[in-house]
Design a protein around this ligand. Structure first.
Ligand code: NAP
Length: 259
């Protein structure tokens, strides 16, 4: 049993859908006050209503995490609403697929902004809070794609997810003076709205390649994030954990078939 995060103030970027929604829901169930950041209002509003209806405390702030002014406003709004920002879950991200031959320089810049620059901006915007409070936590949602695996069409995406881990190593050193840790969860294939958009064939082929024989649930990622946010993880920083049902273990498809 982990020490409670009850009444802690948590920002979850991309908390309106998918993995972020899972993190928001699991943290709210533990008594945290959750601020959801996303661009689209309908899903953000619905998620907040669901959390509040089940006894949790949540609010949303519409924000593009690749925009510095909007990210600063998100942090200020959260402090005004909840009195502090104790935990940042830098989770928002997109995974458009395009092979290098078709990828344009603008496509490259767009995903760098959405996935990688956004991680830097969100961490930077929270530093004054962490400094003021004398402590803080950051949990980054990276991926197996990029740091460990490759998949055609995701060279730019994989670069952002590996880049988040590169950023994290030095960030962990710089945040230490604020008694703040930063760690990353590396999901495998987790069933979310975004993943479902990739189609049935993709989902089935992925499930078949996973030793535990199922796609991950958003709670699988949320529980790992919860550990990094708990007091018990206070001495862990700059680290990453793979949560993929064993997907990155097999040496070949035959190895999975033998299970
Ligand atoms: P999802 O279902 O598509 O949800 C993405 C969330 O991020 C939504 O709330 C979306 O809301 C928000 N978002 C996207 N771009 C944003 C922006 N520029 N500013 C603010 N919010 C933004 O995706 P997911 O599958 O849960 O993925 C979430 C994270 O997990 C991503 O970082 C992804 O790389 C990572 N991941 C996912 C998987 C997987 O299997 N699902 C595997 C490895 C890593 P709006 O569109 O309304 O802004």
């Amino acid at each position: 049993m982990l020490t409670s995060i009850k009444n802690k103030s948590v920002i979850v970027t991309g908390g309106s859908k998918g993995i972020g929604k899972g993190i928001a829901s699991v943290f709210a169930k533990q008594g945290a006050k959750v601020m959801i950041a996303a661009r689209g209002e309908a899903a953000a509003k619905q998620t907040v209503e669901e959390i509040n209806a089940s006894g949790g405390t949540a609010d949303y702030y519409l924000c593009d995490v690749s925009n510095w002014e909007q990210v600063q406003a998100l942090v200020a709004y959260t402090e005004d609403s909840f009195g502090s920002v104790d935990i940042l879950c830098a989770n928002a991200g997109t995974f458009p697929q395009k092979k290098i031959v078709d990828l344009t320089p603008d496509d490259w810049d767009d995903i760098m902004s959405a996935n990688l620059k956004s991680t830097f901006l969100c961490v930077k915007a929270c530093i004054p809070q962490f400094e003021k409070q004398g402590k803080g936590r950051v949990v980054v949602t990276s991926s197996i794609t990029g740091p460990i695996t490759g998949y055609p069409g995701w060279s730019h995406y994989g670069a952002t997810k590996a880049g988040q881990l590169g950023f994290m190593k030095t960030a962990a050193m710089e945040l230490a003076r604020y008694n703040t840790t930063i760690n990353a969860v590396m999901p495998g294939n987790i069933y979310t709205e975004g993943l479902a958009d990739l189609g049935e064939e993709y989902l089935n082929s992925m499930a078949a390649a996973i030793p535990l024989k199922r796609l991950g649930a958003v709670e699988d990622i949320a529980n790992a994030a919860l550990f990094f946010a708990a007091d018990e993880a206070a001495y862990i920083t700059g680290q990453q954990i793979v949560v993929d049902g064993g997907q990155t273990l097999p040496e070949c498809m035959e190895a999975v078939a033998e299970i």
